[in-house]
Design a protein around this ligand. Sequence first.
Ligand code: ATP
Ligand code: MG
Length: 442
Amino acid sequence: MYFSKSFVPILKNNPTEAKIKSHQLMLRVGMIKQSSAGIYSWLPLGFKVMKKIEQIVREEQNRIGVQEILMPTIQSSEIWKESGRYDDYGEEMLRIKDRQNREMLYGPTNEELVTEIFRSSIKSYKSLPQLLYHIQWKFRDELRPRFGIMRCREFYMKDAYSFDLNDDEALFSYNKFFLSYLRTFKRLNLSAIPMAADTGPIGGNLSHEFIILADTGESKIYTDKRIFEVNSASTLLEKNSLTNLRLQYEKFYSVTDEKFDKKEFEKVVPEDFRVNTKGIEVGHIFYFGDKYSKPMNTTVDFNGKKVFVKMGSYGIGVSRLVGAIIEAKYNDKDEIMKWPISVAPYHCAIIPMINKNDTTNLEKSNKIFEFLKFKNIDAIIDDTEENISAKIRKFNLIGIPYQLILGKKTEGDLFEFKEINGETQKISIDEVASQILKAKSN
Ligand code: ATP
Ligand code: MG
């Protein structure tokens, strides 16, 4: 891809309407474009990042045995009346009428719909557990949409749902998701801390939010800083080891503000370990038992008895994560953004110095591009006539993790290559590829 042909509408200056870094940067480098309040179009750079995040989320759901489905964005009000949430949800729900005057809505979440799908087909406890997820747009008519795609009205979410026979099995499902979230955020190069949370309008009794520390976050958190050191590297998908995994985190006091109790905090956390800060909620898991299965009469047959299934739900803010990664990775001091390689819009920027009458560097760039493509390395060539330092500034801003520079001095088979915030090396194209591939495989 040539930069001159790519749809990356970069702005000269930071947009004044944006208050936080991620929003500024996403508008500045043309990742998104607002279409109306809290509703955005995703342009190629932003869309690529979001799709890569989505794919990692998907792989980590599949890995714990969740099955992917796709439910519609528009739902009928009937099932929401059954659960009792049609009235409870209030003004955050966007309500629509179709031409027959039927009450419809744009789904803010999918507990009701998935329960309806489950109850129409699953009759026996022998089919349990059922773990289902989809990745779909949601709409919540937020009172104050702000910070770009971090708190918007239409957003992209992965939501999963578990159905089990009893509490014990349901907790096993819950713990699988707990593990899968730790793995997902690790692959996104984020340190997301699980914190005991309130269950809010979803309801229920057990819940964790996964939070990235950031000054611009909207969640207040109170935690014991030893929780940051917990290492959850390898865990089997097996009851005991998953319970132990969760216990390793739950040993430490770590809560969001709805659950905060000052006395308790001061009692259990030694002064030196107390952290009171802000974070961004990127995921949220809930266990709520029969909260929906009861009113929606969803049972399975167990030895001749009808038993209400026990349910949980598990969300990840796929679109919010794009902004959250920027908040976590942007380096204010050097004004450099470095995307984790797993989600970078491109792996490498090829930056040739271009003179009007000399196409040598551009031709070399084309060859390098083809070579990298063959190695599954996604590159972009800056074929514009800007000077080299302007080009480098531009790619520092966009945040593509590697830069390969073809300047005046480039001769023979060695190239100037650097990680965006690293030292320049002079190496062969094979070595370039092997460094990028190594980073990709980590
Ligand atoms: P918040 O407390 O931030 O309003 P929530 O608790 O209402 O979020 P959940 O119902 O737990 O959200 O939704 C699951 C995930 O979807 C959240 O963890 C978050 O990452 C994302 N999300 C929720 N609301 C929004 C929004 N308005 N814009 C973007 N992402 C959102
Ligand atoms: Mg939440």
